[in-house]
Each structure stands twice: as structure tokens, then as C-alpha cells.
Design a protein around this ligand. Structure first.
Ligand code: CUA
Length: 326
């Protein structure tokens, strides 16, 4: 029994302390505050656990004392007041003193001398639309940010409630249709992190993963300007081009080629690390598997199956999609 108790306590200590999605490995000021609150709560909970365990051992070990009913009531009252009212009140007030400023630090209030970058993120079943309004750049399922600049992330949803959460950058916020929620984040160093939709939003909620990358400011400016000046390559000639324009292009946008707005913008598709919001590696094999088998791989996603499209046409479309990178 003791062995299992020690194991149960050790597992959470060893797991989740690092990795691309760990709140205990903060990569920005908001996340650092969340981690501090976590460790503080862990400390308070540990003290309470040790205290309760000691009382339990004391209760088991002590010899029975003969007390009158009146004395017993007085002792019980003392325990109820100290353990049931004073201790929880003090603990909760301490946690509030830590927790409330942490929540407030993620509200995007104007700060003298700071120039936050606005990024609009829209949740869809089951992918992320990411738009940089100042530069007019739109991408999907990747959230590329500059290091050292506050980010005012404007969140909404096109269908059901999703939740935006990049644990290494800060707390999460719900994405609600018809509303815009804001959260201020910042990356303090370059790196690749992972975001995950954290509100159950349907069958493929788990496959709603966001690739997050913090770049040094010059690298970020290059990333953005490359996309602003990128001229999409011409569609393949003949039936493949027509198929893309008349079918795929009804939902997907490719800058200068098609104007669909319901599905992920494909303008810089080939530069993204994954397909299907973190479902498959975006390489030659992954792209072809995705085009053929996406309804088996991520069942229920909004893209219809492509069973009626000939192999050679699909191959030409795949080859063209591979050129969509600045
Ligand atoms: Cu979107 Cu869960």
C-alpha cells in the first residue's frame, strides 16, 4: 500500500515538468506567473496533506482518554473551527492573492511604451485560422510570433466553443461564437511550443493542435514579409487546375487564385509543419495520404472524401500544393 502511495505521488512529480506543452516549463511572463501559482498551490496542498496525515497517525496511535460529553463537545468545536473554517479561509485567501493578479496580467491593458502585436485566431471544427491584421497575412494551424513583444490575441469561433491554450506561453481562454475574447501573451525566448484546443468541441477535439513558433524579431519580420510578397504559382493546366478551382477553391483560399473562406487558407500550405491541425507530418507522403484518406484519418472533418477524383488529377493537385510556400 505504502509503495503504491509513493508511486502515485512520484508520477506527477516526474511527468509533465518539461516538453512542448508543459505549464511547468514557461517560455513567457504570463506562463511564468501560472507556473508560480501552480507551485504555490502544490506547496499549500502538500502542507495540508502532511498535516492531515500526521493527525490521522496521531488519532490511530493515541490512547483513549476519558472525557465527559461536555469536554468532548468543546474539543470537537475547536477542531471544526480551526480545521474546518480558519484553515480553509486562510488557504483560499492566500491562493486568491496569488491567482487574481495572474489572471489580470493576461488582460490586454495598454502599457506605456509597449506596442503589442494583434493576432486574430478563429476556432473551427477542427482547425485554427490565424490572421495578422496589420499585414493582412492569413495562415492556418500555426501561430508564429516574435520574441519579446507583447501579443494581443483576439479569439473567436466560427461554430462551437473552442479554447485557446498554449501552456508554455500562458493561460487559456475560451473562443465563443459571436464574441471576441482577448488574452495578452509574450514569448521570452525562441522555440517551438504546442497549443491544444482545451474545450471539448466534437469528435476530433484532440486533433485540434496548434504549432507555435517564437522567432527572433528579424526572423519574424522576414516570415511575415515573405508571405505578404508571395505570388502563388499558377494552377496546373487542364482538368487538375479546373478541379481545384471549381471544387477545392469553393472552400479554400489561395491568394490570387481562389477565394474560398470556409476552410483553411492554403496560400503558405507547403511551409507548415503539419496537416489536419497536427494530425499528419506535412511531407510528400503525408500530403498524399491526407488528400486520399482524410476521412479515415480524421473522421467527420468538413472536407468531403475525394473518392470521385482520379489518381492522376489528385497527384497533379498534390504536386501543385507542394509549391505553395514563400
Ligand atoms: Cu476545438 Cu476542442
Amino acid at each position: 500500500m505504502i509503495k503504491w502511495t509513493i508511486l502515485a505521488l512520484a508520477v506527477p512529480l516526474l511527468a509533465a515538468c518539461s516538453g512542448p506543452q508543459s505549464i511547468l516549463d514557461p517560455a513567457g511572463p504570463a506562463a511564468r506567473q501560472v507556473a508560480t501559482v501552480w507551485w504555490f498551490m502544490f506547496g499549500v496542498a502538500s502542507v495540508v496533506w502532511v498535516g492531515v496525515s500526521l493527525l490521522w497517525i496521531y488519532a490511530l496511535a493515541r490512547k483513549p482518554r476519558h472525557t465527559s460529553a461536555k469536554q468532548a463537545r468543546a474539543i470537537n468545536r475547536r477542531w471544526v473551527i480551526s480545521g474546518g473554517i480558519v484553515l480553509p479561509t486562510v488557504s483560499i485567501i492566500l491562493l486568491l492573492l496569488f491567482g487574481v493578479p495572474t489572471g489580470r496580467s493576461m488582460i490586454p491593458l495598454p502599457v506605456e511604451g509597449q506596442d503589442p502585436l494583434v493576432i486574430e485566431v478563429t476556432g473551427h471544427q477542427w482547425w485554427w485560422e490565424v490572421h495578422y491584421p496589420e499585414s493582412g497575412v492569413t495562415t492556418a494551424n500555426q501561430f508564429i510570433v516574435p520574441v519579446g513583444r507583447p501579443l494581443d490575441v483576439h479569439l473567436t469561433s466560427a461554430d462551437v466553443i473552442h479554447s485557446f491554450w498554449v501552456p508554455r506561453l500562458g493561460g487559456k481562454r475560451d473562443m465563443v461564437p459571436g464574441r471576441i475574447h482577448e488574452i495578452r501573451l509574450e514569448a521570452s525566448h525562441a522555440g517551438v511550443f504546442r497549443g491544444q484546443c482545451s474545450e471539448f468541441c466534437g469528435a476530433q477535439h484532440t486533433r485540434m493542435i496548434l504549432h507555435v513558433e517564437a522567432l527572433e524579431p528579424e526572423g519574424f519580420d522576414t516570415w511575415l514579409s515573405e508571405r505578404q510578397s508571395f505570388a502563388s504559382p499558377a494552377l496546373p493546366p487542364g482538368a487538375a487546375g479546373e478541379e481545384f478551382r471549381d471544387t477545392c477553391g469553393q472552400c479554400h483560399r489561395v491568394a490570387g487564385i481562389t477565394e474560398g473562406a470556409r476552410a483553411p487558407d492554403l496560400t503558405d500550405l507547403a511551409s507548415r509543419p503539419t496537416l489536419g491541425a497536427g494530425t499528419l507530418e506535412n511531407d510528400s507522403e503525408g500530403l498524399r495520404r491526407w488528400l486520399r484518406e482524410h476521412q479515415d484519418i480524421k473522421a467527420g472533418n468538413a472536407m468531403p472524401a475525394h473518392d470521385d477524383i482520379d489518381d492522376d488529377i489528385l497527384e497533379q493537385i498534390a504536386a501543385w500544393l507542394e509549391t505553395l510556400a514563400p
